[in-house]
Design a protein around this ligand. Sequence first.
Ligand SMILES: [Fe+2]
Length: 163
Amino acid sequence: MHRIACKGAIYTVTFQEKVRQVLQEKEVPLDKAIRSLNICSKELEPYITQPQGMLEYGRNVIYRNQQVEVIVVYLPPFAKTLVHDHGFSKGEVYVVQGSLLNLIYHKDLSVNKIESYKADESFHVQGDTIHLMFNPTPFEVISFHVYSPPLAHNQTYPAEGRE
Ligand SMILES: [Fe+2]
């Protein structure tokens, strides 16, 4: 049987199964659901994907049902995501490993504010939140994202924005 030790607990189900069990409860707020998963970076290792094509970061949709979509993001050292919004979805981003900067943009793509998050911290995005995530460190960053409803109509923006 597959066993993963994580934060003092031993799990005998896969991480994907754990995610499915927690997120099939419809009324649980996303931040609470993520906390209850007790995620550690080791159990996310099988879901880390390398950057593909033009993207500087790895993006892996590990679970989706009618209510939610779950994505594991891997930001190599000094990598950033595209500037993007989230369509009509709200989301919660939980930093599993490393530290990142969250750059939030105005509609005209000028920078509104820059937030800093480290492992075990999380932040919220709305559908119309325009942002990018940047790893300013020489270390790998892993983040865990849950969106509800599943992402659709989300857009990327050509510019990196202006300071
Ligand atoms: Fe985002």
